[in-house]
Design a binder for this molecule. Structure first.
Ligand code: F0G
Length: 462
């Protein structure tokens, strides 16, 4: 008989918050309401020290047994791994059965990249259509524990939609700050439907992020951007789910898009903790891909500097990652360096084409997620990744998150955002390299058959 509750109590006993800056190293109680270190302003990590002695075989067995359980905690692809989380067994869990996302084999994307095979872990299959749900379940649970009445975030759309949903479940007031006119309609629609106070800000995401940090000084308000270490805790469990799905075989590379850099920080933390626990014996190389016009993290890795230089006016059609001053860059940098990974940026055209190819695998994703396949293609072309390498790309958002982008691509009506460069509209137009535009046909059998024939011909030519 496996004593799962005992396992979990052990996990809670040593939970603390640690400042990530080694020069500071301050430690705080797990339920102290903090976002950054009060001593030095550094980011905070949740650390579960007491759990270090756990038996990896026992953990594997427990986690496997939960796959056959109907307990809501076990149905969640986050709380299933609750031994890794800093919550007591009686925590008031707010869950929408998040996680449980598939890993797809993607032959069209693999061929496009020049790989023998490529796997896509589709985090867009979460309840609100993005990976944010895996961190929101833990952050909103922590909001209840701390007695917050209102939860807030700044967002490029997905964090907002996710928070709005989880706040509705928890019956908490929710306010989201989004850059006006710069988030997709689908994401806005979600937040409205889930009942959040939607505050549209004149400015970009970085402006929203700055304002929101001031708001969080109010005791009744709880901030749940990825600066919040409890978000990262939920998001890190994706590492465990991914490895469990692969029979604990560690991939050579795990590739993620980079925006505010919470996701890469979380995955890095997840893999590292699993290694420390003895569940795996080495780390996958973590690769982060940014959009060229919003790539301060890629620039940091190209330079010999230790400090990220924000991009003043970030630009990309992948609005989810239109971020110039990512808050979690130090944690993400640590994760990339520890895993001997890499960081790169890709162009708007590369993102658009990669997205269309992912669609051809029958998978689909939102533009930000397609940076992964675009980045892998580059790394294979440069010889950094060999064709027989075991690569997993993490798709972060669902294709229905940004249908305007998809429709415009297929009709060659996508224009890059670099107006300041003095380019004409024609010069800014992205090629619909893998376009699949709709065709108008008359309502006759012959016209439909002709339409089908033409479609086949166009695909062969592409
Ligand atoms: N992909 C999607 C679909 C996203 O929504 C985001 C971030 C990212 C990638 C980048 O992840 O920030 O952890 O590096 N979206 C945030 C939001 C900023 O507000 O929804 P990251």
């Amino acid at each position: 008989m496996i004593e799962t509750e005992k396992l979990q109590r052990v996990a809670q006993a040593g939970a603390q918050q640690h400042c990530v800056d080694p020069a500071c190293g301050a430690r705080f109680e797990i339920n102290e309401r903090l976002y950054v270190c009060p001593n030095c302003g550094g980011l905070l990590d949740v650390v579960l020290e007491a759990y270090a002695g756990a038996d990896p075989e026992q953990l594997r067995t427990v986690w496997t047994s939960r796959l056959a359980s109907f307990d809501p905690r076990d149905r969640s692809g986050v709380w299933r791994y609750r031994e890794l989380l800093p919550f007591a067994a009686d925590a008031p869990i707010v869950t929408l059965a998040e996680g449980n996302t598939p890993i797809y084999d993607a032959p069209a994307s693999a061929a496009y990249c020049g790989l023998n095979a490529l796997k896509l872990k589709h985090q867009g299959c979460n309840p609100t259509g993005s990976f944010k749900d895996t961190g929101m379940t833990t952050a909103v649970t922590q909001a209840l524990i701390l007695g917050a009445r209102t939860v807030v975030c700044a967002s490029t759309g997905n964090t907002a939609a996710s928070l709005a949903a989880y706040a509705a479940r928890a019956e908490l007031q929710c306010a989201i700050l989004v850059p006006r006119g710069q988030i997709s309609h689908a994401k806005l629609a979600q937040s409205l439907d889930y009942g959040a106070a939607v505050l549209e800000l004149d400015g970009n995401f970085d402006d929203a992020m700055r304002v929101i940090r001031e708001l969080a000084e109010d005791e009744s308000i709880y901030l749940v951007n990825s600066i919040n270490p409890f978000r990262i805790e939920g998001q890190k469990t994706v590492a465990a789910e991914l490895l469990q799905q692969r029979g604990w075989r560690v991939p050579d590379h795990v590739v993620v898009p980079g925006g505010n850099l919470g996701n890469s920080s979380a995955l890095g933390k997840g893999f590292k903790e699993l290694k420390n626990l003895g569940l795996i014996d080495h780390l996958p190389q973590l690769t982060v891909v940014q959009a060229e016009g919003a790539a301060p993290f890629a620039s940091l890795f190209r330079s010999d500097s230790d400090v990220l230089k924000p991009v003043e006016n970030p630009q990309t059609l992948a609005t989810a990652i239109k971020i110039g001053a990512p808050v979690s860059w130090q944690k993400a940098r640590r994760a990339v360096l520890e895993s001997r990974g890499s960081v790169l940026s890709v162009s708007e055209q590369e993102i658009a084409d990669a997205k269309a190819i992912i669609g051809r695998d029958g998978v689909g994703c939102e533009p930000a997620s397609a940076t992964t396949v675009a980045g892998i293609k580059r790394l294979v072309a440069s010889g950094t990744i060999a064709p027989d390498t075991d690569v997993v790309a993490v798709l972060t958002g669902h294709i229905l998150k940004d249908t305007d982008y998809a429709i415009n691509y297929h009709q060659e009506k996508l224009f890059t955002p670099d107006r300041s460069a003095g380019k004409t509209k024609r010069e800014r137009r992205l090629a619909g390299t893998y376009r699949n535009p709709p065709a108008r046909v008359q309502a006759t059998r012959a016209a439909i058959l002709e339409g089908l024939r033409r479609h086949e011909q166009q695909r062969d030519e592409a």
